[in-house]
Unconditional design. Structure first.
Length: 196
């Protein structure tokens, strides 16, 4: 029985074309997407070229046109996803609810959380808003419980340090308001918003 080729194009030619034009194609694709997206677009184009029944008349022009189309489509997809994520974030609402009796300013707490690296922020969100144990957080993130504990402790320390000026300002405001006749203590605090 005769062995059939998966592609109508010689694999050695594909390798030569990639070596000759791959770098230029990635650079070209970066006009529309980030470096990783550009590499993905070029890889996708070479996979599509492999599936062609025959070699295009002008391979270089075909590669650049296909790369442009793939990168533009990927860029649109990234922008569409970003718009969707922003819309969802706006619908979800703030991470913190105002708590007049609290010591933490809601905007400052949300900013402090946003400043955390993604891995630390994930641990805090799972622990505080998800109500998870450290073992559960470790199962979700794929880390060891001791590592998750260290990450949680480091994240909380960073958030506390970031919120210290806000706490001091709130305490000063509360003291001033309490000193006034009929003054109410604490008007700018916050607490974690409940998940719906």
């Amino acid at each position: 029985m005769e062995e059939r080729s998966v592609t109508g194009i010689d694999p050695a030619k594909l390798a030569d074309w990639y070596a000759a034009w791959g770098g230029g194609l990635v650079l070209y694709a970066r006009q529309w997407v980030d470096p990783a997206g550009a590499e993905d677009a070029v890889q996708e184009v070479f996979v599509r070229l492999m599936a062609q029944p025959a070699q295009p008349a002008n391979v270089k022009a075909w590669l650049y046109l296909a790369t442009r189309n793939a990168a533009v489509a990927a860029g649109r997809s990234v922008r569409r996803r970003a718009r969707w994520e922003r819309a969802v974030a706006e619908r979800v609402g703030p991470l913190f609810e105002a708590d007049p009796a609290g010591r933490i300013d809601a905007a400052a707490a949300e900013a402090a959380l946003a400043e955390l690296p993604p891995g630390l922020r994930e641990v805090v969100v799972l622990r505080v808003w998800g109500g998870m144990t450290l073992a559960e957080v470790a199962a979700v993130t794929g880390g060891a419980v001791s590592t998750v504990f260290d990450q949680y402790r480091a994240a909380i320390a960073r958030v506390r340090k970031s919120l210290e000026p806000s706490w001091k300002a709130n305490e000063t405001n509360q003291a001033k308001q309490a000193a006034q006749p009929g003054g109410a203590a604490g008007t700018t605090g916050s607490r974690p918003a409940r998940a719906s």
